[in-house]
Design a protein around this ligand. Structure first.
Ligand code: KIV
Length: 263
Protein backbone atom coordinates (compact mmCIF):
# COMPACT_ATOMS: atom_id res chain seq x y z
CA UNK A 1 0.00 0.00 0.00
CA UNK A 2 1.21 3.48 -0.89
CA UNK A 3 1.72 6.12 1.80
CA UNK A 4 -1.18 8.57 1.88
CA UNK A 5 -0.11 12.21 1.81
CA UNK A 6 -1.85 15.53 2.36
CA UNK A 7 -1.66 16.09 -1.42
CA UNK A 8 -3.40 12.77 -1.99
CA UNK A 9 -6.23 13.66 0.43
CA UNK A 10 -6.63 17.08 -1.21
CA UNK A 11 -7.09 15.41 -4.57
CA UNK A 12 -9.81 13.08 -3.23
CA UNK A 13 -12.63 15.54 -3.70
CA UNK A 14 -15.80 13.63 -4.48
CA UNK A 15 -18.60 11.99 -2.61
CA UNK A 16 -17.59 9.29 -0.12
CA UNK A 17 -13.95 9.01 -1.15
CA UNK A 18 -12.15 9.38 2.19
CA UNK A 19 -12.23 7.12 5.25
CA UNK A 20 -10.97 8.41 8.60
CA UNK A 21 -10.97 6.74 12.03
CA UNK A 22 -9.74 7.93 15.38
CA UNK A 23 -7.01 6.02 17.14
CA UNK A 24 -4.98 6.49 20.30
CA UNK A 25 -2.41 3.70 20.60
CA UNK A 26 0.22 1.63 18.83
CA UNK A 27 -1.60 -1.72 18.59
CA UNK A 28 -4.89 -0.34 17.27
CA UNK A 29 -3.03 1.96 14.88
CA UNK A 30 -1.23 -1.02 13.32
CA UNK A 31 -4.57 -2.78 12.70
CA UNK A 32 -6.36 0.26 11.27
CA UNK A 33 -3.37 1.18 9.11
CA UNK A 34 -2.95 -2.29 7.61
CA UNK A 35 -6.72 -2.37 6.93
CA UNK A 36 -6.25 0.57 4.56
CA UNK A 37 -7.99 3.52 6.25
CA UNK A 38 -6.95 6.80 4.57
CA UNK A 39 -6.55 8.96 7.68
CA UNK A 40 -5.89 8.08 11.30
CA UNK A 41 -6.93 10.89 13.62
CA UNK A 42 -5.42 11.04 17.08
CA UNK A 43 -8.60 12.71 18.30
CA UNK A 44 -9.02 14.58 21.52
CA UNK A 45 -11.96 12.20 22.05
CA UNK A 46 -9.05 10.44 23.81
CA UNK A 47 -10.37 12.44 26.78
CA UNK A 48 -13.72 10.60 26.75
CA UNK A 49 -13.05 7.10 25.50
CA UNK A 50 -9.57 6.45 26.92
CA UNK A 51 -9.15 8.78 29.89
CA UNK A 52 -12.78 8.76 31.10
CA UNK A 53 -13.03 12.57 31.20
CA UNK A 54 -16.34 14.32 30.52
CA UNK A 55 -15.07 17.01 28.18
CA UNK A 56 -12.48 17.01 25.43
CA UNK A 57 -11.17 20.43 26.40
CA UNK A 58 -9.50 19.07 29.53
CA UNK A 59 -7.10 16.69 27.79
CA UNK A 60 -3.51 17.88 28.19
CA UNK A 61 -0.93 18.62 25.53
CA UNK A 62 1.42 16.06 27.12
CA UNK A 63 -1.25 13.34 26.87
CA UNK A 64 -1.96 14.14 23.21
CA UNK A 65 1.78 14.17 22.43
CA UNK A 66 2.27 10.72 24.01
CA UNK A 67 -0.63 9.18 22.12
CA UNK A 68 0.43 10.82 18.84
CA UNK A 69 3.85 9.24 19.21
CA UNK A 70 2.36 5.81 19.94
CA UNK A 71 0.07 5.93 16.90
CA UNK A 72 2.68 7.33 14.52
CA UNK A 73 5.13 4.56 15.43
CA UNK A 74 2.76 1.94 14.00
CA UNK A 75 1.54 3.72 10.87
CA UNK A 76 3.02 2.99 7.45
CA UNK A 77 0.18 3.84 5.06
CA UNK A 78 -2.46 6.19 6.52
CA UNK A 79 -2.07 9.94 6.97
CA UNK A 80 -1.64 10.72 10.68
CA UNK A 81 -3.52 13.82 11.85
CA UNK A 82 -3.56 15.00 15.47
CA UNK A 83 -6.24 17.10 17.12
CA UNK A 84 -4.71 20.22 18.58
CA UNK A 85 -6.06 20.09 22.14
CA UNK A 86 -7.94 23.12 23.46
CA UNK A 87 -5.16 23.81 25.94
CA UNK A 88 -2.63 24.05 23.10
CA UNK A 89 -4.24 26.83 21.08
CA UNK A 90 -7.60 28.13 22.26
CA UNK A 91 -6.24 29.10 25.66
CA UNK A 92 -3.08 30.59 24.18
CA UNK A 93 -3.43 31.18 20.42
CA UNK A 94 0.02 32.79 20.27
CA UNK A 95 1.58 29.48 21.32
CA UNK A 96 -0.27 27.39 18.72
CA UNK A 97 2.68 27.19 16.33
CA UNK A 98 5.14 25.95 18.92
CA UNK A 99 2.65 23.30 20.08
CA UNK A 100 1.87 22.25 16.50
CA UNK A 101 5.60 21.80 15.84
CA UNK A 102 5.77 19.46 18.85
CA UNK A 103 3.00 17.31 17.37
CA UNK A 104 4.81 17.14 14.04
CA UNK A 105 8.01 16.10 15.83
CA UNK A 106 6.09 13.24 17.47
CA UNK A 107 4.97 11.97 14.06
CA UNK A 108 1.76 13.85 13.16
CA UNK A 109 1.66 14.85 9.50
CA UNK A 110 -1.08 17.46 9.99
CA UNK A 111 -3.10 18.99 12.82
CA UNK A 112 -6.84 19.53 13.20
CA UNK A 113 -8.14 22.87 14.44
CA UNK A 114 -11.71 23.40 15.63
CA UNK A 115 -13.43 26.67 14.72
CA UNK A 116 -13.22 29.27 17.50
CA UNK A 117 -13.09 33.07 17.69
CA UNK A 118 -9.37 33.33 16.93
CA UNK A 119 -8.92 30.31 14.68
CA UNK A 120 -8.21 32.41 11.58
CA UNK A 121 -4.91 33.77 12.86
CA UNK A 122 -3.94 30.33 14.15
CA UNK A 123 -4.66 28.54 10.84
CA UNK A 124 -2.90 31.28 8.87
CA UNK A 125 0.19 31.01 11.04
CA UNK A 126 0.39 27.23 10.85
CA UNK A 127 -0.15 27.09 7.09
CA UNK A 128 2.48 29.82 6.58
CA UNK A 129 4.89 27.59 8.52
CA UNK A 130 4.13 24.56 6.32
CA UNK A 131 2.04 22.73 8.90
CA UNK A 132 -0.94 21.18 7.11
CA UNK A 133 -4.26 22.02 8.77
CA UNK A 134 -7.57 20.17 8.79
CA UNK A 135 -10.43 22.48 9.83
CA UNK A 136 -13.46 21.44 11.91
CA UNK A 137 -16.82 23.24 11.98
CA UNK A 138 -20.38 22.59 13.11
CA UNK A 139 -20.50 20.99 16.51
CA UNK A 140 -17.04 21.74 17.86
CA UNK A 141 -16.84 19.78 21.14
CA UNK A 142 -14.03 21.91 22.62
CA UNK A 143 -16.42 24.89 22.73
CA UNK A 144 -19.75 23.03 22.91
CA UNK A 145 -20.63 25.16 25.94
CA UNK A 146 -20.80 28.19 23.61
CA UNK A 147 -23.05 26.35 21.13
CA UNK A 148 -25.81 25.40 23.53
CA UNK A 149 -24.36 21.94 24.23
CA UNK A 150 -23.95 18.84 22.08
CA UNK A 151 -26.60 19.69 19.49
CA UNK A 152 -27.04 19.55 15.74
CA UNK A 153 -25.80 22.88 14.33
CA UNK A 154 -26.86 25.02 11.36
CA UNK A 155 -30.60 24.37 11.48
CA UNK A 156 -31.71 27.97 10.84
CA UNK A 157 -30.94 29.78 7.54
CA UNK A 158 -28.73 32.28 9.41
CA UNK A 159 -26.79 29.55 11.22
CA UNK A 160 -26.39 27.64 7.94
CA UNK A 161 -25.01 30.73 6.19
CA UNK A 162 -22.55 31.28 9.04
CA UNK A 163 -21.25 27.73 8.63
CA UNK A 164 -20.92 28.05 4.85
CA UNK A 165 -18.94 31.26 5.42
CA UNK A 166 -16.71 29.53 7.99
CA UNK A 167 -16.01 26.69 5.53
CA UNK A 168 -14.97 29.17 2.83
CA UNK A 169 -12.77 31.11 5.25
CA UNK A 170 -11.00 27.91 6.33
CA UNK A 171 -10.48 26.94 2.69
CA UNK A 172 -9.13 30.40 1.84
CA UNK A 173 -6.72 30.22 4.78
CA UNK A 174 -5.15 27.15 3.16
CA UNK A 175 -6.55 24.19 5.11
CA UNK A 176 -6.38 20.94 3.12
CA UNK A 177 -9.63 19.38 4.39
CA UNK A 178 -12.56 20.09 6.67
CA UNK A 179 -14.48 18.06 9.26
CA UNK A 180 -18.23 18.73 9.40
CA UNK A 181 -19.76 17.57 12.69
CA UNK A 182 -23.47 17.20 13.46
CA UNK A 183 -25.09 19.13 10.62
CA UNK A 184 -28.27 18.49 8.65
CA UNK A 185 -27.25 16.47 5.59
CA UNK A 186 -28.57 19.10 3.17
CA UNK A 187 -26.26 21.70 4.72
CA UNK A 188 -23.23 19.37 4.54
CA UNK A 189 -24.04 18.86 0.86
CA UNK A 190 -24.15 22.63 0.30
CA UNK A 191 -20.86 23.12 2.14
CA UNK A 192 -19.21 20.24 0.25
CA UNK A 193 -20.25 21.87 -3.02
CA UNK A 194 -19.16 25.34 -1.87
CA UNK A 195 -15.53 24.43 -1.13
CA UNK A 196 -12.86 22.73 -3.22
CA UNK A 197 -11.19 21.01 -0.27
CA UNK A 198 -12.60 17.62 0.79
CA UNK A 199 -15.14 17.55 3.60
CA UNK A 200 -15.20 14.69 6.11
CA UNK A 201 -18.45 14.21 7.99
CA UNK A 202 -19.47 12.85 11.36
CA UNK A 203 -23.19 13.03 12.01
CA UNK A 204 -23.35 15.13 8.84
CA UNK A 205 -25.04 12.74 6.42
CA UNK A 206 -23.69 11.03 3.35
CA UNK A 207 -23.06 13.96 1.04
CA UNK A 208 -19.54 14.59 2.30
CA UNK A 209 -16.28 13.67 0.58
CA UNK A 210 -15.47 11.31 3.42
CA UNK A 211 -16.65 9.98 6.76
CA UNK A 212 -15.04 9.70 10.18
CA UNK A 213 -15.97 7.64 13.22
CA UNK A 214 -14.54 7.35 16.71
CA UNK A 215 -12.94 3.90 16.77
CA UNK A 216 -14.23 3.01 20.24
CA UNK A 217 -17.77 3.70 18.95
CA UNK A 218 -17.62 1.71 15.72
CA UNK A 219 -15.97 -1.23 17.45
CA UNK A 220 -18.57 -1.33 20.25
CA UNK A 221 -16.07 -0.49 22.98
CA UNK A 222 -17.64 2.66 24.40
CA UNK A 223 -21.20 2.37 25.58
CA UNK A 224 -21.51 5.47 27.78
CA UNK A 225 -23.37 7.42 25.08
CA UNK A 226 -25.55 5.97 22.31
CA UNK A 227 -25.15 8.28 19.35
CA UNK A 228 -27.65 8.33 16.48
CA UNK A 229 -24.95 8.92 13.88
CA UNK A 230 -22.48 6.15 14.70
CA UNK A 231 -22.70 2.63 13.34
CA UNK A 232 -21.42 -0.20 15.53
CA UNK A 233 -19.62 -2.64 13.23
CA UNK A 234 -18.68 -5.19 15.88
CA UNK A 235 -19.24 -5.83 19.56
CA UNK A 236 -15.75 -5.90 21.04
CA UNK A 237 -17.10 -5.24 24.55
CA UNK A 238 -18.95 -8.58 24.55
CA UNK A 239 -15.99 -10.40 23.05
CA UNK A 240 -13.65 -8.98 25.68
CA UNK A 241 -16.08 -9.92 28.46
CA UNK A 242 -16.38 -13.49 27.14
CA UNK A 243 -12.60 -13.84 26.89
CA UNK A 244 -12.13 -12.38 30.39
CA UNK A 245 -14.66 -14.81 31.91
CA UNK A 246 -12.96 -17.74 30.14
CA UNK A 247 -9.59 -16.64 31.54
CA UNK A 248 -10.96 -16.33 35.09
CA UNK A 249 -12.54 -19.81 34.79
CA UNK A 250 -9.32 -21.36 33.50
CA UNK A 251 -7.30 -19.78 36.32
CA UNK A 252 -9.76 -21.03 38.96
CA UNK A 253 -9.78 -24.54 37.51
CA UNK A 254 -6.00 -24.70 37.20
CA UNK A 255 -6.32 -24.97 33.42
CA UNK A 256 -4.06 -22.00 32.73
CA UNK A 257 -1.16 -22.14 32.22
CA UNK A 258 -0.78 -25.57 30.68
CA UNK A 259 2.47 -27.53 30.66
CA UNK A 260 3.32 -26.17 27.19
CA UNK A 261 2.74 -22.62 28.39
CA UNK A 262 5.18 -23.10 31.27
CA UNK A 263 9.00 -23.04 31.49
O1 KIV B 1 -11.66 13.86 18.58
C1 KIV B 1 -12.41 13.32 17.75
O2 KIV B 1 -12.78 12.16 17.87
C2 KIV B 1 -12.88 14.13 16.63
C3 KIV B 1 -13.81 13.48 15.66
C4 KIV B 1 -15.18 13.51 16.19
C5 KIV B 1 -13.74 14.10 14.32
O3 KIV B 1 -12.54 15.26 16.52
Amino acid sequence: MKKITVKHIKSKKGWGKISMLTCYDYSFAGILDSSGVDIILVGDSLANVVLGLDKTNTVSVAEMLNHTQAVAKAVKHSLVVTDMPYLAYQKEPAKALSFAKKFILKGAEAVKIEWFSQCKSVIKRLVKNNIPVMGHIGLTPQTAHLLGGYKVQGRSPEAAKKLIDQAKIIEDLGAFSLVLECLPYQLSQRISKAVRIPTIGIGAGKYCDGQVLVSYDFLGLYSKKKLKFTRVYCDLSSQIKTATKLFIKDVKKGKFPSQSESF
